[in-house]
Design a protein around this ligand. Structure first.
Ligand SMILES: *Cc1c(COP(=O)(O)O)cnc(C)c1O
Length: 405
């Protein structure tokens, strides 16, 4: 066989071929940065870039209002505080997410209650969320994992019936649409991140979107030192802090948003192609997608891995074999239930979330920049996986030998 995997001495399919880099920028970001520099208006109190970006971001997702903040973690914190979440309250969060979804609850002085996920889409299990509601529950944070929309029909219905606020953590889901509407505006708030790995970036940054004017004003006050719009500059009515974005970030993000629709289209087209190719390989299955989602922001390309179809090759050894082929992978988040943070005495909690724990050790997370390559390059990902599958027995023996050393 001339098609040996690289880990068994074969030649990489990707030899001499590079993936697109991330982040991407051009003269638009440069002009934006220079414009801010030369205006002398470097903070949001003086300039207009961050505020204009936040409004453009909100409108792009069909929400009325947008606020620009320091990062996605602070966006969640401000959204929760503006929802009235505070000491003694509980906030329901899914187990398979970045730690910030839970630590933002702690920052709002409330208690995260971690619930299990749907094993196919990896998003919050709405029945598990309902079962976890207590008289102290103030909000549910729904994370659109790797851009796959949560069941927003069921979540909005649940939150209305039980008088709980819905916050969408859209840190992975720039551009995701549910039944024709952008995510972020289905509940009280949606939050976005513009950290370096995300689908739009200024290195760091965050945004909050909402359709509710009262909630907008509360969040605006919290991120701007407790100020009240229309009142004296040093009138501070409630506790707030400084979570303002800089004008530099605003200018860069306006350029990133202008470029986004075309990148989003390319990623969606390539991901659909890759879904078909991945689904043909025994033991691999693309992340589940609800048919009501029209379009998916692809923070990562995720697929399920069943080691039984790969001669029991452990997930990390499969990922290493893929990496040797030149496929750039990330790793799954661990389930929140496994974090040392939640074993610490002041936060110690135990949650039963077996599906999230299983998903964390049976899903492959690939970097989104590969989806910006020409389609035939993107199919190299499936070719590499197919190669490893065809030689799974030998790859598994090699991995076991290496481990035994
Ligand atoms: C990145 C991320 C955040 C936090 O965003 P930062 O800008 O890094 O603070 C929150 N939730 C999820 C799901 C994320 O991936």
């Amino acid at each position: 066989m001339g098609d040996l995997p690289v880990v068994l001495g074969g030649t990489s399919l990707r030899a001499g071929k590079a993936w697109p880099r991330w982040p991407q920028w051009d003269a638009a970001e440069r002009a934006g940065l220079l414009g801010v520099l030369e205006s002398g208006d470097w903070w949001t109190g003086a300039g207009t870039e961050a505020a204009a970006f936040a409004t453009e971001m909100a409108h792009f997702h069909d929400a009325r209002y947008g606020l620009a903040v320091t990062n996605g973690t602070h966006a969640l914190e401000a959204a929760l505080v503006a929802c009235g979440v505070g000491a003694g309250d509980e906030v329901i969060v899914p187990a398979l997410t970045f730690v910030a979804t839970a630590t933002a609850v702690l920052a709002a002085k409330a208690t995260p209650v971690v619930v299990d996920i749907d094993p196919d889409s990896l998003c919050i299990d709405v029945d598990a969320a309902e079962a976890a509601i207590t008289p102290r529950t103030r909000a549910i944070i729904a994370v659109h994992v790797a851009g796959a929309a949560c069941d927003l029909d069921a979540l909005t219905d649940l939150c209305t019936r039980r008088s709980v606020q819905l916050v969408e953590d859209c840190a992975h889901a720039h551009g995701t649409r549910w039944r024709g509407r952008g995510v972020g505006g289905f509940g009280s708030f949606g939050t976005f991140s513009f950290q370096a790995s995300k689908l739009m970036t200024a290195g760091e940054g965050g945004a909050i979107v909402t359709n509710d004017d009262t909630l907008r004003a509360r969040a605006q006050s919290y991120i701007n030192c407790g100020r009240v719009e229309g009142e004296h500059w040093y009138h501070h009515a409630t506790y707030g802090t400084n979570l303002r974005m800089t004008e530099w970030q605003g200018a860069v993000l306006r350029a990133q948003l202008a470029r986004f629709p075309e990148q989003h289209r390319v990623r969606n087209d390539n991901a659909r192609l890759l879904d078909g190719a991945i689904a043909e390989i025994p033991g691999l299955r693309p992340q589940g997608q609800d048919a009501r989602m029209d379009s998916q922001g692809r923070y990562c390309y995720v697929f399920h891995y069943d080691a039984r179809e790969f001669a029991s090759l452990p997930l990390d050894a499969f990922e290493a074999a893929l990496a040797a082929e030149g496929v750039v992978h990330d790793v799954s988040y661990p389930s929140l239930s496994r974090l040392a943070l939640f074993r610490h005495e002041s936060y110690a909690r135990t949650w039963s979330v077996p599906r999230a724990e299983r998903a964390a050790s049976s899903t492959v997370w690939l970097e989104h920049r590969m989806l910006l390559a020409p389609s035939d390059d993107v199919l190299d990902i499936a070719r590499a996986a197919a190669r490893i599958h065809a030689h799974a027995g030998a790859v598994a023996r090699e991995a076991a030998d290496r481990r035994a050393c």
